[in-house]
Design a protein around this ligand. Structure first.
Ligand code: 13P
Ligand code: SF4
Length: 347
């Protein structure tokens, strides 16, 4: 039963003590997040991983790219475990290193090398390594603005991977117009742009999050009509028009803090992953909270980490078996770490 499994996880955690560390992303299920030693957004969890020198085993409750990042940032003596190998990220899968390696020489030539790559942390270690090699950095939804500003101190132009929406929303916030943004389509190996391409300041990779694309302008219009006093807050992985029409946008950490600090009785429609929206509803019974999309929006890959998988990984550890270890090859880890360190130094 659920109770039995919970008791077993608790007992194993107690026996391992500080040798075991469980980070949990805000999108994880409650049945898992209750056992997290640290919860956070992507930036917070990257920082936590970088600072933890103690734990022998890091059982990462999140998705594959987060576990890779943890492996890159932790010491050689530390092992990172992902309780279910199928916990990937559809957005990270939208940028394959082979596609990026086809695009890059074309863009470099077109812009006479005046272009710096930046990658959202939601990307494979190989993409982070590519970015690190060319002087660029990783960004998260918490620090994208600061990182894009930094990038423009390095080069005249940026190449933003793999989330076109976070890239577009962030650049727009910094005063770059939509006319100054082009989109690289990795399937057609084609740059989508109308106008003089030399004037483009931001080249966006044509990727997106399959969870956040489910929040639309129509949902916003419906709320405005039916609940005019409700405030709408969304994650910047939502499209530009959704972010423009919402009242506020920010990372999961920002959304949590905004709701926490909102007055009792306030009304909120939230455009982000289902587990987080549900948790906020339960934590704030004094506020009226709904999902911006009434059908809710689960991240199916995040949800693959459940209590049975967590328990399975921990019970194996007790028997001295390391299952589902995430190891980034040394050559990739070295370059990816440069891109991550450039972010962590500024964040
Ligand atoms: P943050 O945790 O940075 O808000 O990102 C959300 C997300 O989609 C993680 O996969
Ligand atoms: Fe990837 Fe979107 Fe799921 Fe985050 S919510 S892990 S970006 S698919």
């Amino acid at each position: 039963s659920m109770e039995e499994m919970e008791a077993r996880v608790r007992a194993i955690k107690e026996r391992f003590g500080k040798r075991l560390f469980i980070p949990g992303h805000h999108y994880q299920k409650d049945e898992v997040i209750q056992f997290a030693d640290a919860t956070g957004d992507s930036l917070g969890l990257a920082q936590v991983a970088a600072q933890n020198g103690e734990a022998e085993y890091i059982v990462f409750c999140g998705v594959h790219f987060m576990a890779e990042t943890a492996d890159i940032l932790t010491g050689d003596h530390q092992k990172v475990i992902l309780p279910d190998m199928r916990a990937g990220c559809s957005m990270a899968d939208m940028a394959e290193i082979s596609q990026v390696e086809r695009a890059w020489p074309i863009l470099q030539k077109l812009f006479s090398d005046e272009i710096l790559p930046l990658t959202y942390v939601n990307s494979t270690a190989a993409i982070k390594a590519f970015v690190g090699r060319y002087g660029g950095a990783v960004v998260t939804s918490s620090n994208a603005k600061k990182m894009v500003e930094w990038a423009f101190t390095q080069k005249e132009r940026i190449f933003f991977l793999p989330d076109q929406h976070l890239g577009r929303n962030t650049a727009y916030e910094l005063g770059i117009s939509l006319d100054e943004m082009a989109v690289w389509d990795p399937h057609a190996d084609h740059l989508e742009y109308n106008g003089d391409i030399k004037k483009a300041k931001v080249i966006l990779w044509k990727g997106h999050c399959s969870v956040h694309e489910n929040f639309t302008v129509r949902h916003i219009e419906h709320i405005r009509k039916t609940k005019p006093d409700m405030r709408i807050i969304v994650h910047p992985e939502c499209s530009w028009d959704v972010v423009q029409k919402a009242d506020d946008a920010g990372s999961t950490k920002y959304i949590i803090e905004t709701i926490r600090n909102a007055p009792s009785g306030s009304k909120w429609a939230i455009g982000t992953e289902m587990n987080l929206v549900n948790r906020l509803m339960h934590e704030h019974p004094d506020k009226e909270i709904i999902s911006l999309n009434p059908y809710m929006c689960p991240c199916l890959t995040m949800n693959r980490i459940d209590l049975p998988h967590l328990l399975w990984a921990l019970e194996a550890l007790e028997k001295g078996i390391v299952v589902n270890q995430i190891t980034v090859p040394e050559a990739i880890a070295k370059d990816a770490k440069q891109a991550l360190d450039r972010m962590l130094a500024l964040a």
